[in-house]
Ligand binder design. Structure first.
Ligand code: F6P
Length: 374
């Protein structure tokens, strides 16, 4: 019998609980004990300082039962967020925290640790694992889908659904008021979410960092031309999706890049109007509205494909531990679950962090997408 641990780290996303459930169930069948580490690596600090006793952290398949007629229903895979928490306040790069984390891990006497993490947290935990000689298995999760070597990370496809639905909903208020809706979508430095949802939600313009790293005057003019084309074809409203990774004209990150774009488009329309550009001489102003979808994109019951991915990843992680094939990350490629050495991904992540670029950008050519200028 083995003792293993599981933690969720970095930003939460739909499907984390489905991973936890799969790991607990697969381990139960093997007669193993699973320790749920609360709040990422912070949990180890609190194990070291005695806030948590190891026996209180054991996850059993029966912890989440409901009363009454629903007794026995295991709802965990339906719930968003993470029952373990995903907050990390104790920065591992500070020596005293690092020591406490390593002590906490030692105290549990784990054979292996399953880390459910994304681009921002996997490399930090990998370094800890090296220092503490931990056996780890990583499971990729992020709505940004920016973990390399895997076609999909847990949470991404639910976020695509949420954003697609939001675009659909916004269409009707946009149409009713003859407005241009500018919608800011998450994704950090990657455009996966904006591109997938933008296409599925019927956006008229989609701006992603892979094609538009920053807003140039040409891009803004391109947006105005596209809006003019829509008008001349009789359409009085439009949906514009902008990924948060697109930078401003000074090539800086902008927290409210959609608001910034709105301002740039308004200014450019004014310029075009003063130049007598027919499309914008309409007495009715181009009425722009901004929506920042924000954290709603991370909180929804996971869609079926995320529940499936989470379940398959969780089971695969347990199998890898059973085979003692450690320091690997489970990935989804060509319709199948695989695993690959964690080190190769970590090297890519570290290099990309160093060069401040995205480790796994979306490839728009796969979608036959044209740029605004082409
Ligand atoms: O990485 C997931 C993500 O939701 C990004 O898309 C977004 O930029 C970021 O996290 C938001 O982070 P926070 O929850 O710390 O505001």
């Amino acid at each position: 019998t083995k003792k293993i641990g599981i933690l969720t780290s970095g930003g939460d996303c739909p499907g984390l609980n489905a991973v936890i459930r799969a790991v607990v169930k697969a381990s139960y069948l093997k007669g193993w004990t699973v320790y749920g580490i609360p709040y990422g690596t912070d949990g180890f600090i609190d194990i070291a300082n005695g806030k948590y006793q190891p026996e209180d952290l054991i996850l059993t398949g029966h912890s989440y039962d409901l009363p009454g007629m629903l007794k026995g229903l295991d709802v965990l895979q339906f719930l968003s967020g993470s029952v373990l928490g995903s907050l990390s306040k104790g920065h591992p790069e500070e020596e005293h925290n690092r020591i406490a984390i390593l002590q906490g891990y030692e105290r549990l006497g784990l054979e292996a640790l399953i880390v459910v993490g994304g681009d921002g947290s996997l490399d930090i935990i990998y370094d800890l694992a090296q220092a503490g000689n931990w056996n780890i298995i990583a499971i990729p999760k992020t709505i940004d889908n920016d973990v390399p070597y895997t076609d999909y990370s847990v949470g991404f496809r639910t976020a695509v659904e949420i954003v697609t639905q939001a675009l659909y909903d916004l269409t009707f208020t946009a149409a009713s008021h003859e407005r241009v809706m500018l919608v800011q979508v998450m994704g950090r430095d990657a455009g996966h979410l904006a591109l997938h949802a933008g296409i599925a939600g019927g956006a008229d313009i989609i701006l992603i960092p892979e094609l538009t790293p920053y807003l140039t005057p040409e891009t803004i003019n391109g947006c105005c031309c596209q809006l003019a084309n829509l008008r001349s074809s009789g359409r009085q409203f439009a949906l514009v999706v902008i990924s948060e990774g697109v930078k401003n004209q000074q090539q800086q990150k902008e927290k409210y890049i959609a608001e910034y774009l709105s301002h740039c488009i308004s200014q450019q329309i004014q310029v075009l109007r003063e130049a007598g550009e027919k499309a914008f001489c309409d007495p009715i102003d181009v009425d722009l509205r901004v929506t920042v979808l924000g954290h709603l994109q991370r909180s929804h019951t996971p869609v079926a494909l995320d529940r499936l991915l989470a379940t398959v990843f969780g089971i695969k992680a347990v199998e890898l531990i059973a085979e003692q094939r450690y320091d690997r990350i489970v990935v989804w490629r060509e319709g199948q679950v695989h695993s690959t050495p964690l080190k190769s991904i970590i090297n890519v992540l570290k290099q990309c962090h160093h060069e401040k670029r995205c480790a796994y950008p979306v490839d728009p050519s796969g979608f036959m997408i044209q740029t605004a200028r082409s």
